[in-house]
Design a protein around this ligand. Structure first.
Ligand SMILES: Cc1ncc(COP(=O)(O)O)c(C=O)c1O
Length: 550
């Protein structure tokens, strides 16, 4: 059985080869069958029919590809490629046809009927093979031992884009990174966008461009990943952590605590869109506006903003909306993560977007971020390759966190597929919600009137259990073949933050939310049967610990 499973999984890996082999097999089988059974079978006629068949096949495939290329892809480059392919294939087809006409006599009606008879079943069989291959893939996933927590969703499109980048002769920051920046800026409705090598780098660069450093304070939530907070330390500012609110349906910062934490030294607040659910930005902006009198600017951008700056840690929230606006254009600055486990990945990577600030030139922000991310070098590597353009200056000894074109190539493909990927995540959330809410499991609200989350994490809380029981449930889930996780152990429980003087006793809500938290698998390639298995195992195992779950 294990051997069979391995073979099936191998078939899944060799998916591309199977597809092509399926097409060729179908083509050969049907054409030889029809030709041999044909009443007027003779060698000459067979040769001519095959030639015409190939010619016809070329046109059909090229037309189909063009139609798919034009309608399923948004990029102009792809449309041009698809049309070039059509023209190319038509030329080849015409050549074959011309050749066959001269080599042999003209066709009779029977031959035309033969061709029609060949083409229709060939396409039918080819379609059947593809359907069969899809079923094998689904079956192999269902049979596999363990449902992973968050594997990346990489299709042939990403592989193609990366291989194009590798073949292009330019693999570091260059045209693909610029195109991804442009596409993301449009998608996120932002005034500017720069792609870097992580969300952490984006947060740090946002703090640096604002001139935040020694003597300043930056506030974020205790219930988050270290990367929301560590950039504050990197720039030399003081980190201020606030607790999260008590409400069950969310893990946002306690906004009253945020208001109280703002002092004359506060320069920025970093709200975290945990699980991809946007924070209450109206509330955050109301607070920083109300506290305007305490604010004193120590850089031009800070002066232009004139209040505490809102920098969203939107690591989880690509594609989320707040009151109709895209996260990425709501806060002053927004930082996204394209790490391997995120909804949208470039392996490692991130994007920093911003909203227009009156009196500040968006291009100037972009240029400064380019300098920060590339050693303070006045020309990037691509600009230096222009004829006679070797000379550059180092304007300051800055940082190195640029995105490569190989990574951007993955991002370009992911962005094309992203609306469908998001849709699948939302469908899974609905299935989980329907099954778990009625059993008393606490979950987050991924969709409300004002907010549409990006469906990054399915965070649950099992009522009334201790931390030990939570850990036991996670182990039992793993034994049952479902990988779960915890998001997050609050920062004041981590050594680095304890050493900075933080104590979890000061963050009771964060602690309460953490002790019984279990995150279930949620990703675009999770199949319906895997969702069903996760729900069954989770409710069954939780039932053993809390009698109320029925
Ligand atoms: C909430 C949050 N912020 C920031 C990050 C950091 O992202 P990156 O790894 O791209 O720096 C993560 C990554 O897991 C995260 O979960």
């Amino acid at each position: 059985m294990k051997q069979l499973k391995n073979r099936i999984i191998k078939v899944q890996i060799d998916n591309d080869i199977i597809l092509r082999m399926g097409d060729i097999l179908a083509y050969l089988m049907v054409s030889s069958l029809i030709l041999v059974l044909h009443p007027s079978f003779d060698a000459k006629l067979t040769l001519r029919t095959i030639l015409l068949h190939i010619c016809f096949g070329f046109i059909v495939i090229a037309t189909l590809r063009t139609v798919l290329g034009v309608y399923s892809r948004r990029k102009r480059r792809d449309r041009i490629t698809a049309i070039v392919l059509l023209v190319e294939s038509d030329c080849v087809a015409m050549l074959i046809y011309y050749f066959s006409q001269h080599l042999l006599n003209y066709m009779d009606r029977i031959e035309l009927v033969t061709i029609a008879l060949i083409v229709a079943p060939t396409m039918g069989l080819s379609f059947l093979m593809r359907w069969f291959q899809y079923q094998i893939r689904k079956w192999s996933i269902d049979l596999s031992d363990t449902i992973p927590f968050s594997p990346p969703d990489i299709s042939d499109l990403e592989i193609q884009e990366v291989s194009d980048a590798l073949r292009s002769g330019w693999i570091t920051t260059g045209p693909r990174t610029k195109l991804l920046e442009k596409n993301l800026k449009e998608y996120l409705e932002a005034s500017g966008c720069v792609c870097l090598n992580s969300n952490t780098a984006c947060l740090e660069m946002a703090l640096r461009i604002l001139g935040i450093g020694d003597g300043d304070e930056v506030i974020t939530c205790a219930y988050t990943y270290t990367a929301s907070a560590s950039p504050v330390i990197h720039v030399g500012a003081k980190l201020v952590l606030v607790d999260c609110g008590r409400e069950d349906g969310s893990i946002e910062m306690d906004y009253d605590a945020l208001e109280k934490a703002i002092t004359t030294r506060t320069k920025a607040v970093i709200p975290v869109d945990l699980a991809g659910i946007p924070c209450d930005y109206d509330r955050v902006f109301e607070i920083v506006e109300r506290k305007k009198a305490l604010f004193s600017a120590n850089s031009d951008i800070q002066a232009a903003i004139g209040r505490v700056v809102v920098i969203a840690d939107a690591a989880h929230a690509l594609g989320a909306r707040y009151k109709g606006g895209m996260v990425g254009s709501v806060a002053d600055f927004s930082c996204f993560s394209f790490h391997a486990v995120k909804n949208f990945t470039t392996g490692e990577g991130g994007a920093l977007t911003w909203r227009h600030i009156d009196g500040v030139d968006d291009d100037q922000i972009y240029k400064q971020l380019q300098l920060y991310s590339l050693h303070g070098q006045s020309k990037d590597a691509l600009a230096k390759t222009q004829k006679g353009s070797w000379e550059y200056d180092i304007v300051a000894p800055w940082y190195k966190c640029n995105m490569t074109d190989v990574a951007a190539a993955i991002g370009l493909a992911q962005l094309e597929r992203y609306p469908l990927m998001l849709r699948r995540r939302r469908i899974i959330i609905r299935k989980y919600d329907d099954a778990l809410k009625q059993r008393g499991i606490i979950t987050l609200e991924h969709r409300t009137e004002d907010r549409t989350g990006s469906g990054h994490l399915y965070i649950t809380r099992v009522p009334g259990i201790t931390e030990e029981v939570r850990n036991k449930i996670i182990i039992e889930m793993a034994e049952a073949g479902v990988t779960c996780n915890v998001h997050y152990k609050p920062l004041p429980m981590m050594t680095a933050y304890k050493n900075l003087g933080f104590d979890i006793a000061d963050y009771p809500n964060a602690y309460d939310k953490y002790v019984n938290e279990i995150t279930l698998p949620l990703y675009s390639t999770l199949s319906d049967s895997e969702v069903a298995k996760t729900i069954d195992k989770f409710t069954e195992i939780c039932n053993g610990y809390i009698k109320s779950l029925n």
